[in-house]
Design a protein around this ligand. Sequence first.
Ligand code: SF4
Length: 103
Amino acid sequence: MAIRITDDCINCEACEPECPNNAIYAPEESWKFSDGTTMSDDKEHEAVSDEFFYIATDKCTECRGFNEEPACAAVCPVDCCISDDDNIETEDELMEKKERLHA
Ligand code: SF4
């Protein structure tokens, strides 16, 4: 499943540079598949949060293929990067997503 950032976030920005998929965005910042990936899709998608850093679910692979653990959760000082129970994916689905993002 993807990771999500809860409203305990203190907007410290620690997680943002750690994401191998560039899936983490600042509040109010629109997101694109092409940011930090090999995908050419540069359509802008509306920000998911206007208050806290957020994770673009379609770009989060739970760090599969890059790290043993979700990198964002590992550095978050307030432990607000948690499993997103509304977006559950299998290992295969996560790896397929990773391959799509970094073909
Ligand atoms: Fe990015 Fe990994 Fe966090 Fe997902 S779990 S948002 S891929 S750092």
